[in-house]
Design a binder for this molecule. Structure first.
Ligand code: ZN
Length: 293
């Protein structure tokens, strides 16, 4: 699943093509996309309006239209936005018509969504119930992360994946952040020291930044709106590197399960806490190294 850096990459790509233009038509070919609204209701609310800004919150792209109408688009597992692609895909679920150009939302597994908010208060309440702190906002400090962690008995990896606590981090960037912080993914969040919380916060920001600089990671179906791919998968420090030598210490990277996800760790750099001894990895079902996030 695209995470914050992939969605931010798409946003930066698309913004110059859509900002200041009018969405002439929004053709929704799959009624599931706009639930709970009928396709016609959603289209009627945004068609004919100028797109003032393309924003992002967590893993959502936020289309800001004139008169405070907002469309919150989530790509989920396999969604991609393609600008005037040369050929049609049978998986096209939505067509955005922008004068001479068109933008297609292509989504083979059909989990992607488009939701409407009318007015800034509706937008705020939409996100207030779904998303926690935005990692690049100044309020996301080590102290903030430590405060979140103190009330969380789950492993730190599970906490990082919880969008209601921290927005935008998924499986790739959680692994990368914890490796940078030298914290084991199975360490209980409420047992992080203040110093570890600082390191995890810094690890989250640094790994997300590195992802954005590489224009996202291309695993599974992620593509840029012009069909080009990101390169962050070539720069992973730990994620998907099972059995390869750790870039810090040389010991083989291990794969285990944490928060129900394939998780990569160097157990020398990220010492396993005693209470998380053995079992979780021994019990883990064998899976291919390719993991969707
Ligand atoms: Zn290591």
């Amino acid at each position: 699943m695209p995470e914050l850096p992939e969605v931010e990459t798409i946003r930066r790509h698309l913004a110059p093509h859509v900002e200041g233009r009018t969405l002439e038509r929004l053709e929704i070919h799959d009624a599931r996309w706009s639930l709970p609204l009928a396709p016609s209701e959603l289209s009627a609310a945004v068609e004919g309006r100028e797109i003032e800004r393309l924003g992002r919150r967590g893993k959502y792209l936020v289309w800001e239209f004139e008169d405070d109408a907002y469309l919150m688009l989530h790509l989920r597992m396999t969604g991609t936005l393609l600008l005037s692609p040369p050929e049609r895909s049978k998986h096209t679920r939505v067509t955005f018509r922008l004068g001479d150009g068109e933008l297609l939302f292509v989504d083979p597994r059909r989990f992607g969504t488009g939701e409407l908010a009318l007015g800034p208060e509706a937008l705020d309440s939409f996100f207030a119930s779904r998303l926690g702190v935005e990692p690049f906002e100044p309020e996301f400090t080590g102290a903030h992360l430590h405060a979140l962690a103190r009330h969380c008995r789950a492993p730190i990896k599970a906490m990082l994946l919880d969008q209601k606590r921290i927005a935008g981090v998924g499986n790739i960037y959680a692994d990368e952040a914890l490796f940078r912080a030298q914290v084991h993914p199975l360490r209980r969040a409420d047992q992080l020291t203040r110093k570890q919380a600082e390191a995890v916060r810094d690890g989250v920001v640094a790994s997300l930044q590195a992802g954005i600089e590489a224009k996202g990671a291309t695993i599974d179906d992620f593509r840029h709106p012009d069909g080009v791919s990101g390169t962050f998968q070539d720069r992973f420090l730990i994620h998907l590197r099972e059995d390869e030598p750790c870039v810090r210490c040389g010991r083989a990277v291990r794969k285990l399960r944490a928060a129900g996800r394939g998780t990569y760790v160097c157990e020398k750099c990220q010492p396993r806490p005693r209470y998380a001894a053995s079992a979780s990895s021994a019990r883990a079902p064998s899976r291919s190294a390719r993991t969707s996030s």
